[in-house]
Design a protein around this ligand. Sequence first.
Ligand SMILES: NC(=O)c1ccc[n+]([C@@H]2O[C@H](COP(=O)([O-])OP(=O)(O)OC[C@H]3O[C@@H](n4cnc5c(N)ncnc54)[C@H](O)[C@@H]3O)[C@@H](O)[C@H]2O)c1
Length: 350
Amino acid sequence: MTNPSDLALVPFVSVENMMRLINATGIETMLAELTDAIEADFRRWPEFDKTPRVASHSPGGVIELMPVCDGVLYGFKYVNGHPKNIREGLQTVTAFGLLADVATGYPVLLSEMTLLTAMRTAATSAMAARHLAPGGARVMAMIGNGAQAEFQCLAMKRVVGIDSVRLYDIDGAATEKCARNLKGSGLEVVKCASAQEAVEGAQIITTCTADKQFATILTDNMVGAGVHINAIGGDCPGKTELHRDILLRAGIFTEYTPQTRIEGEIQQLPETHPVTELWQVITGAAPGRRDDRQITLFDSVGFAIEDFSALVWLRDRVAGTDFCQMIDLLADPDDPRDLYGMVLRAQAQR
Ligand SMILES: NC(=O)c1ccc[n+]([C@@H]2O[C@H](COP(=O)([O-])OP(=O)(O)OC[C@H]3O[C@@H](n4cnc5c(N)ncnc54)[C@H](O)[C@@H]3O)[C@@H](O)[C@H]2O)c1
């Protein structure tokens, strides 16, 4: 039996190691670093080979593959979205992902991405709010208090400087869980009895609910002038959170527009409705918030570059540490053409 080459052993970050890494780094520090990593890649947006994600829909949910490549590295994420799962004691969203070397095609990192998705989604929200929210925003309404919620709150605290969150969920137990988890975070936490109550006095409204249908989490009358809406949960055909009238009043900002037209809040609008891609605001190629009365909407669906940035950050962070383990992922015989011989030699050694 031949030993696998160094390239055949691929660093793998397990859920346990991801939790160790988050705790060792400090969650807010890691969120801030991910925000900067994602922003750096948004600045070089044209360098990426991009495609809308490949989605396989079923009555209960969706399974998606999210590939992207910058010519040097290739990344993809496997992710699902099954809102009904929560009623069966399962997660709505689970994920894992891979980074590969374009020159050889060999993988260079495999990682859990359920936690990393929550981190990168929160970092992306914070990046968008850093460019679009009204200056000095202090209060965020957090509607939908499920798996993503605390990450969203902490990223907005660290990156944007909010100091108070107003929580609402149709399930009071989710709000209790979120409030409990945020105790000691330094955020003032206010539990609200309705979405209407949650948005009172908020400069940022984050909607992060899960329902496989056109939902109306926010109606037009609930959104005052100058607010920034961070709409996370509408991310599939037929799955939206905002009343259409809000979209008509807002400046709309997207990740990768061809994907957002299919999946985002703007699926409710004609294809020609003007939107601005966030990377253009970040590079200064397009204006962001026009004035302090404009409603800005980040129509977030989650784009592959955010996962790519997170995986590259992770590869650099875990290299040579015990936050990863080397796994025998690739068959890589000494003689590259003797793949079958490798199997025979393994049999002979048994
Ligand atoms: N944009 C992105 O990049 C991105 C990334 C990850 C997840 N998501 C989406 O974000 C959403 C939330 O994900 P999660 O993992 O936190 O899901 P989750 O199921 O853990 O939490 C969703 C919460 O929303 C609540 N909810 C449902 N309908 C509501 C309503 N009408 N009003 C108030 N609360 C309501 C549920 O009770 C639940 O607590 C999902 O739709 C998911 O697909 C988007």
